[in-house]
Design a protein around this ligand. Structure first.
Ligand SMILES: C[S@@+](CC[C@H](N)C(=O)[O-])C[C@H]1O[C@@H](n2cnc3c(N)ncnc32)[C@H](O)[C@@H]1O
Length: 248
């Protein structure tokens, strides 16, 4: 419970500079929309699209989808009221609603037939459990698509010992997708690696902090002090999973 509270507070704090520092999230969001559009012909969308953006943040994914999809209604959920305020300021259509709540509650999820999420699901308490429950609860013919980081790694890793310990453990989604009953669910997934360059390791962690994404979810002591003299340029690689599931 405390971890969730910390995540919420951190995104509340990050809200003021999220939009100017979320370049990677934007790139991933754009690829997620492409990933969906490329598969649109293969899946028949239900009449009357009732959209749900889980962990909507400042609304970048909803805003991009509004360019292509004629929504009957669209509901944006986030437990950070400060993040959701950013979305409210930008999306003005009268069929769009907002709710400050935890997406893991899955309240009244059955009424939505078009559910999506960009870079938020890895903050859930137990992603595999959450996804299983979500897939059970959604109605037939509902489409779910999302992006989620698979791994984050650094170039010249060997010179920064134990760097991986500084990062949160990310969910292993591969096995879960392999186990999915393909007679009940249509599934497509793809991986893309994004690269971002930094002047030094600290600037990477500062950027994470500036968007509120620096919460330590494992309650392990993690100190950056030993890296303070590390001044060399580095590249960070974000390996992202794009997943589209339709409940048949
Ligand atoms: C990295 S941001 C992504 C926001 C947005 N989807 C985007 O693409 O820019 C992650 C968002 O998920 C929200 N979040 C994390 N865990 C959540 C939960 N359990 N319930 C609701 N929102 C959550 C955070 O508040 C934050 O706004």
């Amino acid at each position: 419970m405390k971890t969730k509270q910390n995540i919420k507070q951190s995104f509340d704090k990050g809200a003021k500079s999220y939009e100017s520092n979320c370049d990677i999230q934007r790139l991933i969001c754009h690829q997620l929309v492409n990933f969906f559009l490329e598969r649109k012909e293969k899946i028949t969308l239900s009449e009357g699209i009732k959209g749900l953006d889980l962990g909507a943040g400042s609304g970048i994914l909803s805003i991009e989808l509004l360019r292509f999809i004629k929504f009957e209604k669209l509901h944006l959920i986030d437990f950070s009221d400060k993040m959701l305020e950013l979305a409210k300021k930008k999306i003005k259509q009268n069929f769009v609603t907002y709710e400050v709540t935890d997406f893991e509650n899955l309240n009244e999820i059955e009424e939505f037939n078009f559910i999506f999420s960009n870079m938020s699901f890895h903050w859930s308490k137990n992603f595999n459990k959450f996804l299983k429950k979500l897939l059970e609860k959604i109605s037939n013919n509902t489409l779910l698509f999302f992006s989620i980081p698979n791994s984050i790694y650094f170039e010249k890793k060997e010179s920064f010992s134990n760097l991986n310990n500084l990062m949160n453990k990310l969910p292993d989604i591969k096995n879960l997708l392999n186990e999915l009953d393909k007679t009940k669910y249509f599934l497509e997934s793809k991986n893309i690696t994004f690269k971002e360059n930094f002047n030094n390791l600290f600037s990477f962690f500062y950027k994470l902090r500036s968007i509120g994404a620096n919460v330590n979810t494992e309650n392990k002591k993690k100190s950056l002090i030993r890296f303070r003299k590390q001044k060399t340029n580095l590249s960070v690689f974000y390996n992202i999973n794009f997943v589209l599931i339709k409940k048949l």
